[in-house]
Ligand binder design. Sequence first.
Ligand code: FE2
Length: 91
Amino acid sequence: MHRGIEPELAGIAAALHDMGMVMTKRDERHAQAAEKYVYDFLERYNSEPGTKLRPVTKVEVERIIKAIVKHSEKGVYSNDPLVEVLKDVDS
Ligand SMILES: [Fe+2]
């Protein structure tokens, strides 16, 4: 909230940020590897019937994926607060 990020969006991104490591069982390049898994996960979430929560918008999906893909780039400052939040989460 301090960074002006919707807490729900940050929560979803944080929960999924190491999905690449979980799915590939590898640390190396796990941030980049997460892209397809996170995309598929959010697509499934959005198409799941009966959810009481709103869908994740296309713009939000893109923001989440961008932040996850870049969360391991600790030495590179991003002007995207969601990217920086995930770096903090990962640390
Ligand atoms: Fe990570």
